[in-house]
Write a protein that binds this ligand. Sequence first.
Ligand SMILES: Cc1ncc(COP(=O)(O)O)c(C=O)c1O
Ligand SMILES: [Zn+2]
Length: 415
Amino acid sequence: MTTVLGLRCRECSRLFPDEALHVCDFCFGPLEVNYDYDAIAALTTRASIAQGPRSIWRYANLLPVADENPVSLGAGFTPLVRAERLGAELGLKDLWIKDDTANPTGSFKDRVVSVALTKARQLGFKVAACASTGNLANSVAAHAARAGMSSMVLIPSNLEQAKILMTTVYGGEVIAVDGTYDDVNRLCAELTSERPSWAFVNVNVRSYYAEGSKTLAFEIAEQLGWQAPDHVVVPIASGSQLTKIAKGFKELSLVGLLDGEPSVRISGAQAKGCSPVATAFEKNIDAIAPVKPDTIAKSLAIGNPADGYYALDAIRTSGGSCGSVSDDEIIEGIKLLARTEGIFAETAGGVTIATLASLAQRGIIKPDERTVAIVSGHGLKTVEALAGHTAPTHIIAPTLDAFDKAVGFSDPNFQ
Ligand SMILES: Cc1ncc(COP(=O)(O)O)c(C=O)c1O
Ligand SMILES: [Zn+2]
């Protein structure tokens, strides 16, 4: 049973039907899914959720599509890891990592794509399309293959090798565009009117797609015993994920699933080479000035973020902050997380961890706050970023003598 009432304009609140619409034709504001929260509350208990699948679909009542057989590779219900060693290094006593590297194609995008393609299939679309900075491309191609849909994926041509390979292997069409993500996105906006029978997951079905990110908030709360954390650190590209994590905690409270009133501070993380939201936050202004990205965090390289304004608003109203970090700090962040917690993140994860470190150091995240950092993509996707930054400790001949000469006996860690 669907709990969706329709779509609603985020700006003027006008109502629209439950269809593939994404912009208000009165004020051009973005449309958002509008739910019947009384119906959700009546249908949903902690126990009913616990009986659901170990995937995002355990929260189906809070998602914009009801389907007995969703398009799924098993996204979601990823580990929430207590990060004691990383916390000790950063002076944070109650730190957790939401490890979304564990998703089927290695990033949180599997959450949004599973929702988008389930909805697209219900609406009668046969083609799944997207503009992507890489992870969305991987996920759309894979989920389209699972659903038996055709896929048409557009990416900037300078993406990391693994991201291109992980898209092409699924057999869909992959169009590499000589330009930035913002160029690709503009082209896709034009294509959306030219090819109305294609579901561009982050354009004409964006209102549904975006809802998938709420499941990060749902899972974090459930994994903490139905309590909201005090602080969440979220990487920002378009700003959609951050906005929807904020919405997710509010919805859980609205339908009575949380212990107490949530008061979650949400902080954003960007790369210095593409930090339009962090810049607006630091300058204390509302206008987000587009930038031309130049950073190793290619997955976050959106110079003109569609949901930047809403992300900024969610950060400010929650009492959070927004920081940006250099490419060197991103690499240090990747290595720090790997060394302390055994989790290998892509550059976006490096952005999150480095920003977490900086916010902790500046006293913006308090040592006692229960803090969750979203690590949203797997490190094997961006190995180029580490070139020259990792190497074997020694290279030796295959003899005991060579081993002893290289390693010796004095290191106390190896006694
Ligand atoms: C790994 C990773 N993390 C975070 C993001 C940011 O997502 P959003 O565009 O919803 O801000 C992206 C976007 O592509 C991503 O690939
Ligand atoms: Zn409107």
